[in-house]
Every structure is written in structure tokens, then in C-alpha cells.
Design a protein around this ligand. Structure first.
Ligand SMILES: [Zn+2]
Length: 213
């Protein structure tokens, strides 16, 4: 681990930032309306399951403000039980009909998982292994599909497959499957490029046109 900001300095930076935030109505404003207007209820129009990576701030990537996105972030944008439950809340209680699983290039969680395939990995805690275990099936499948891939190539492939796997898992979750099957909710994987900032959406299954809404 490279040395970074000391805790006291980090805390002071957060507190100063929050003072600027509360003092300036402009900062609390957003494309979708003001902070105060959003304090009562929320009606986000999409859910995003994204990675905890600091370089992928979901609201900023999509240029959305307060109350617009229901964001669940976890290392490796995995769909474990608590993430699935969070998305389910957004869909069933807030009426969200679009769910995006947002992977990204250079994902550290994916890289750590790929490292467990052929390389001697750093010792991982059981807590971190619980994340690796979610990503690992995509990594194993990618390695089998492209056995000669370099580690970097594998990471690129697994980022995509891992987002697809999380989307697939969300689609069949008990609380979501009926709505997905009925064409009322769309779950799609996507990938953010750290290099360009572009989000590419995988071709999603189109909403069933027999169910106009
Ligand atoms: Zn990541």
C-alpha cells in the first residue's frame, strides 16, 4: 500500500467539503432539481450497480444529480445478496424500471480475481475472498475461452463477463424476475472506460413491445 493522506487530514478535507456543500446552494443544485426539493421523497429513474472504484463516480459519469439515480456500489460491481436486495428495493418500492450494471476498465477487484487463476496472489482475507468468489466464475470461463490471453487481456474480458453475470443474476432474482419476464424492467450490463469516459451499453434484450408502458 502506498502512503496516502493521514486520517486527520482526510477527515478535515471531508468536513471542509461538506461546509462548502451546505453553504452554497449552487453545489446542492442538480440537473433534476434542488437538494431541498429532494429531501422529502425520492423518485430515481434508474438503478446502477457500480464498482466502489473512486474513478467511477456514477452520478457524475451520467451527469445526474440528487434523487435521480439509485446507486449501489461495491468492489467489482458484484450482485451478492445485499446488492440484489438493494436493487430490488429500488425497483419494487421506488418504481425503477432500468437497472444498469456498470463495470469499468482497469477494475482492481477483477484484476485481483484474475490473479488468483495462475499467479500467486497476495493473501486475501475471507471478507475479500467473498468478492473474488463472485467474480471468479467469469474469470475461469474467460481463461477457458481464451487460454493464451495475457493478464491484461483477461482483465478486459472478465470486466465485461462479470458485468454480464451480475446482470444475469439480477434478472433471475426472486424479487425481480417476474417484472423482468413481463418486460416491465430492463437489466443491462455496461462498461465505463477510465481512458475515455465513455459508457458502452451491451446490446440489451429489448423490452417486450407487447407490454407498452
Ligand atoms: Zn472496479
Amino acid at each position: 500500500m502506498t502512503p496516502t493522506m493521514a486520517p486527520a487530514a482526510a477527515l478535515a478535507r471531508l468536513q471542509a467539503g461538506n461546509r462548502r456543500f451546505t453553504a452554497d446552494p449552487e453545489r446542492r443544485g442538480a440537473p433534476g432539481g434542488s437538494w431541498l426539493q429532494r429531501a422529502g421523497t425520492q423518485a430515481p429513474f434508474a438503478a446502477v450497480l457500480g464498482c466502489a472504484d473512486s474513478r467511477v463516480p456514477v452520478e457524475r459519469v451520467f451527469d445526474q444529480g440528487f434523487g435521480e439515480l439509485f446507486v449501489v456500489r461495491v468492489a467489482g460491481n458484484i450482485a451478492g445478496p445485499t446488492q440484489v436486495g438493494s436493487v430490488e428495493y429500488g425497483v419494487r418500492h421506488l418504481g425503477i424500471r432500468l437497472v444498469v450494471v456498470l463495470g469499468h476498465s482497469g477494475c482492481g477487484a477483477v484484476d485481483a480475481t484474475v490473479a488468483t487463476l495462475d499467479y500467486v496472489p497476495a493473501p486475501l482475507s475471507s471478507d475479500f475472498v467473498s468478492i473474488v468468489d463472485e467474480i471468479r466464475p467469469a474469470a475461469v470461463a474467460a481463461q477457458e475461452a481464451v487460454p493464451k490471453a495475457t493478464r491484461e487481456e483477461l482483465v478486459r474480458i472478465v470486466v465485461r463477463r462479470n458485468a454480464e453475470a451480475a446482470a444475469a443474476r439480477l434478472r433471475v432474482a426472486a424479487g425481480l424476475e417476474p417484472l423482468v419476464s413481463a418486460g416491465q424492467v430492463l437489466v443491462t450490463p455496461a462498461e465505463y472506460s477510465l481512458e475515455t469516459g465513455v459508457v458502452e451499453f451491451s446490446p440489451p434484450p429489448l423490452l417486450d413491445s407487447r407490454h407498452p408502458h
